[in-house]
Design a protein around this ligand. Structure first.
Ligand SMILES: CC(C)=CCC/C(C)=C/CC/C(C)=C/CC/C(C)=C/[C@@H]1[C@@H](COP(=O)(O)OP(=O)(O)O)[C@]1(C)CC/C=C(\C)CC/C=C(\C)CCC=C(C)C
Ligand SMILES: [Mn+2]
Length: 405
């Protein structure tokens, strides 16, 4: 059973009774244009819940109904518990005055470091990153060497994890194989890496307050992909998106760092990071509807499809109709809400980390524009952002990141 499941069971029980304002006074919700915005005036360590695009709220927004604020869904509650734990870890490290371990502390994985192989391991991670994610690799060049290398190591682990279920050997991947991958993850967190990519990550997690839970949760998402090909509601889909993508935000914030002068709570920065992962994955899903359907998969909320008077067969037939356009407009609107929340958080990241995050956010968000430009034909036309637009985003994001505060 995944570690997150135990908390999700408790969360499920609490979900119908927990008010949005668990922290008491000190903050308030404002309703603006049908959205609830959180007005926050609490110190960094506050536990008061910041504004976050909630799955239930987002579903209702898509259905153009009024959004309730008093209830949290089971999926949201489960994810929120992880967010709180990650934020607390970063706060503890900051309170102890460190991002890296105290000087002289035993390194969990010292041998290879002293042989100089660690440098090679990180270089290989950088090469993989440069090959698979050029723009993002470019963005990491502004970061301090330690942070840049750490993000590469996380990237490579994520890419390898995804390759297990999506790569050339995916047909051989069983739940047992994923269990072994998880054991390997535990080993590397304990300072016993299996290969050089693991070694780089092992070193990274010994230097930064990175927790194992989001990594385990990503493996859980891959487990889902082995057997689940339908999502009944947005709540179910939200949890999947958290597993495979929201987790990336939680893994990387401790490395990217929070701006020392930021007044935002750690928790709200984590929520923004989570939102970016969710937004990216929702965009992935909307871009790949046709491709996924040809693999027998529908990553769209079935209840919302039914409300739009669309059936699974409509997806498999892949005909762009007015009903489909209307449905897609709602889905795109929801993804944009998550991007908006993420964008608000970027200014609170360490200044050197803002540019790559903002650039990647803008590039991904433009895929939604491309779906619109394709007249919502995501069955047979792949939405992509052209090279010119990509190149233009980089300096614009750079300028914006430089002035963000
Ligand atoms: C405050 C604030 C906004 C902080 C930002 C925090 C941050 C850096 C968040 C990163 C969000 C992000 C890039 C999420 C990745 C989402 C994603 C695309 C996940 C993909 C999953 C599965 O997709 P699928 O199989 O459906 O699609 P494909 O056809 O395979 O594409 C993933 C493929 C999971 C694996 C994820 C990666 C390989 C990306 C990992 C990226 C990093 C570690 C670097 C992130 C850093 C920057 C600067 C963006
Ligand atoms: Mn994939």
């Amino acid at each position: 059973m995944p570690a997150s499941s135990s908390s999700s069971a408790a969360a499920a029980a609490a979900a119908w009774t927990t008010p949005l304002h668990r922290g008491g006074g000190g903050c308030c919700l404002l309703r603006v244009h049908g959205r609830f915005l959180h007005h926050q005036h609490r110190p960094r360590r506050s536990r008061c819940r910041p504004f976050v695009v909630r799955p239930l709220m987002a579903s209702l927004l898509v259905a153009a109904a009024p959004a309730p604020v008093s209830r949290r869904t089971a999926a949201e509650e489960a994810v929120y518990e992880v967010v709180l734990r990650q934020a607390a870890l970063v706060d503890e490290a900051a309170a102890a005055g460190r991002v890296t371990p105290p000087a002289g502390a035993p390194r969990r994985w010292a041998n290879v470091g002293s042989w100089g192989l660690l440098g090679d391991a990180y270089d290989r991670c950088g090469e993989v990153c440069a090959e698979y994610a050029k723009t993002f690799y470019l963005g990491t060049q502004l970061m301090t060497p330690d942070r840049r290398k750490a993000v590469w190591a996380i990237y490579v682990w994520c890419r390898r994890t995804d390759e297990l279920v999506d790569g050339p050997n995916s047909s051989y991947i069983t739940p047992k194989a994923l269990d072994r991958w998880e054991k390997r993850l535990e080993d590397l967190f304990e300072g016993r890496p299996y290969d050089m990519y693991d070694a780089a990550l092992s070193d990274t997690v010994s230097k930064f307050p990175v927790d194992i839970q989001p990594f385990k949760d990503m493996i859980e998402g891959m487990r889902l992909d082995l057997w689940k090909s339908r999502y009944k509601s947005f709540d179910e889909l939200y949890l999947y998106c958290y597993y495979v993508a929201g987790t990336v935000g939680l893994m990387t914030v401790p490395v990217m760092g929070i701006a020392p002068d930021s007044k935002a709570s750690t928790e709200s920065v984590y929520n923004a990071a989570l939102a970016l992962g969710i937004a990216n994955q929702l965009t992935n899903i909307l871009r790949d509807v046709g491709e996924d359907s040809r693999r027998g998969r529908i990553y769209l909320p079935l209840d919302e499809l039914a409300e739009a008077d669309l059936t699974e067969d409509d997806i498999f037939r892949g005909k762009v109709t007015d009903k489909w356009r209307k449905f897609m407009k709602g889905q795109i609107q929801r993804a944009r809400l998550f991007f908006d929340e993420a964008e608000n958080g970027v200014a609170h990241l360490d200044s050197a980390s803002r540019w790559p995050v903002l650039a990647s956010l803008w590039l991904y968000r433009q895929i939604l524009d491309a779906i619109e430009a394709n007249d919502y034909n995501n069955f047979t036309k792949r939405a992509y952002v052209g090279k010119a637009k990509k190149l233009l985003s980089l300096p614009v994001a750079y300028a914006r990141a430089a002035v963000a505060s």
